[in-house]
Ligand binder design. Structure first.
Ligand SMILES: [Zn+2]
Ligand SMILES: [Zn+2]
Length: 189
């Protein structure tokens, strides 16, 4: 399949053929339907944020499930899903205490899947998955908790936005600024 690979900081993305392994236990194979470009992608390209290179960027996307690994129960082939760059292992201290956005295992594994390996390769070299999403590609492999089923009526381009743009903005408004209904606010951006 084709993917946009960042081989080095300061270089443009290179759209080329790469290999994608099948999903392992607890993983989902998704055909990408839409992907948004986020400032965070540019931060990585410019070296302002770190990522293990080479990497397939793209952490705001939506798509259709093609295949699932062993143990996956929440989605099935044909389901439309939003991809999330904040998946959670469900078992660490933060996950079991309800603060899944702070998942230790996700933080420790970063652009690798939960078993510490990647499903993306090129000529024997491993390529990492930005935020375990890597949606600047025709297909991707994500953890089950990193894909959320949506209604068939939601357009892919709208669903993709929810993966980062909408949730980041809503989270900042609700939890950081603590905006409540009826308040008057200025939106800068
Ligand atoms: Zn983003
Ligand atoms: Zn966790």
């Amino acid at each position: 399949m084709k993917a946009a690979v960042l081989w080095d900081v300061g270089q443009p993305l290179s759209i080329e053929e790469v290999d994608l392994d099948p999903p392992k236990t607890g993983e989902v194979h998704v055909k990408v339907g839409a992907a948004g470009i986020c400032r965070s992608d540019l931060h990585v390209m410019k070296g302002e944020a770190t990522a293990k290179l080479p990497v397939v960027l793209g952490h705001e996307g939506a798509g259709t499930v093609l295949d699932v690994g062993l143990g996956v129960t929440s989605v099935k082939p044909g389901d439309r899903v939003i991809l999330s760059f904040v998946p959670n292992c469900g078992r660490c201290f933060f996950c079991v205490s309800g603060r899944v956005n702070l998942c230790d295992v996700h933080a420790a594994t970063g652009g690798f899947l939960y078993d510490g390996t990647t499903r993306l390769h090129k000529g024997g070299e491993r390529i990492t998955h930005q935020g375990k999403v890597a949606c600047f590609a025709q297909e991707t492999i994500v953890p089950e908790s990193g894909c959320i089923r949506i209604d068939d009526s939601v357009p892919m381009s709208v669903a993709a936005f929810i993966g980062c743009c909408v949730t980041t903005g809503v989270g900042a408004a609700m939890f950081t600024a603590k905006i409540t209904p009826g308040q008057t606010v200025a939106v800068i951006g």
